[in-house]
Design a protein around this ligand. Structure first.
Ligand SMILES: [Mn+2]
Length: 319
């Protein structure tokens, strides 16, 4: 499956953690020229930002902060993605915090039920509401996708789950004890940053994809939490962790995925322009731009006849 064009979607989801600056990331990337950059690679349509205007209550219910808001926003994201025609489109989602991952993947599973998910992150994001030390929803989206969580009243609209063998956890180095138990119980593929630095992203990714999809047929989704980068390399994000992958290994991961010809969607989340000095913010957003260009260039490198004047018309979504 080869995608022919790019759809860009901003998802200003902030309910998964305490810092509101993540809502601004998509617009900051647009100011950095993201749409023009994408348009040089393939016809690009900017779908605008999904309107997530439910006020944040900061109340805790059943172990989750902002449970009702998170559930409503997740459902809205899922519905939006279900209804979008993605037959020939690469979907690029800009967060928002990583709590948006539940709605994104639930929507994408409708379109691409056999997809493989690479979750590149300093953390596991696989806590259940019961196991989470913080109650922050951005540490839970994977547990909801794997187990369903339909038993929770606010999430009873969930109708799809991600098979555990289709998930690859790439780079976590800060796992809670209960998260390790869940990963072992479900036999989820898991590669630490230390292993990435020892063996290299490319070799590991080939092995991991081969295990998840031995026939090499399934579309791939990359969910990149910018805190996957080492805490020295990327500053403007909410939960930095040291001992991350070498800077270039992150890019090699992107290239290894694009070279399969099956990378069909990607999230970039947890960019926060309100954290750090302006120099930190600039470096962080430039790094995100570089990663997107490097990776998508690999996806669309065969698109030699593309002329950027073919750019699809800009459409502002109605909310
Ligand atoms: Mn994350």
């Amino acid at each position: 499956m080869l995608t022919q064009n790019i759809k860009l979607l901003g998802i200003p989801f902030t309910y998964g953690q305490d810092k509101s600056g993540v809502r601004l990331a998509a617009d900051v990337l647009r100011k950095y020229g993201l749409v023009d950059m994408l348009s040089e690679l393939a016809p690009t349509q900017d779908l605008g930002d999904i309107g997530l205007t439910i006020p944040k209550s900061n109340s805790v219910y059943n172990g989750i902060k902002n449970e009702v808001e998170s559930a409503m926003a997740s459902q809205r994201i899922s519905k939006f993605i279900e209804r979008e025609n993605l037959d020939e489109s690469f979907l690029l989602n800009i967060g928002g915090d990583h709590g948006m991952g539940l709605g994104v993947l639930h929507g994408l599973l409708y379109q691409r039920p056999d997809m493989v998910v690479v979750w590149a992150d300093a953390h596991g994001d696989i806590n259940t509401p019961e196991s989470s030390p913080s109650g922050n929803f951005h540490g839970m989206p994977l547990s909801f996708l794997l187990e369903g969580a339909q038993n929770r009243e606010t999430f009873n609209w969930l109708s799809r789950t991600l098979p555990a063998n289709k998930l690859i956890l790439f780079g976590p180095r800060s796992l809670d004890a209960r998260e390790k138990e869940i990963i072992e119980k479900l036999s989820i593929q898991y590669y630490s940053s230390a292993e990435i630095n020892r063996r290299g992203s490319s070799a590991i990714m080939k092995e991991a994809l081969n295990k998840a999809d031995p026939e090499g047929k399934c579309p791939i989704h990359l969910s990149l939490d910018i805190d996957f980068f080492d805490s020295e390399d990327v500053i403007s994000t909410g939960t930095r962790e040291s001992q991350g992958p070498e800077f270039e290994e992150v890019f090699f991961m992107g290239r290894a995925l694009s070279e399969t010809g099956r990378l069909a969607s990607m999230d970039i989340v947890e960019l926060n322009p309100e954290i750090g000095t302006w120099i930190d913010v600039d470096a962080t957003f430039q790094t995100a731009m570089d990663f997107v260009r490097y990776t998508l260039n690999g996806c669309f490198r065969d698109n030699l006849n593309f002329n950027s004047k073919n750019q699809l018309e800009y459409v502002q979504i109605a909310n």
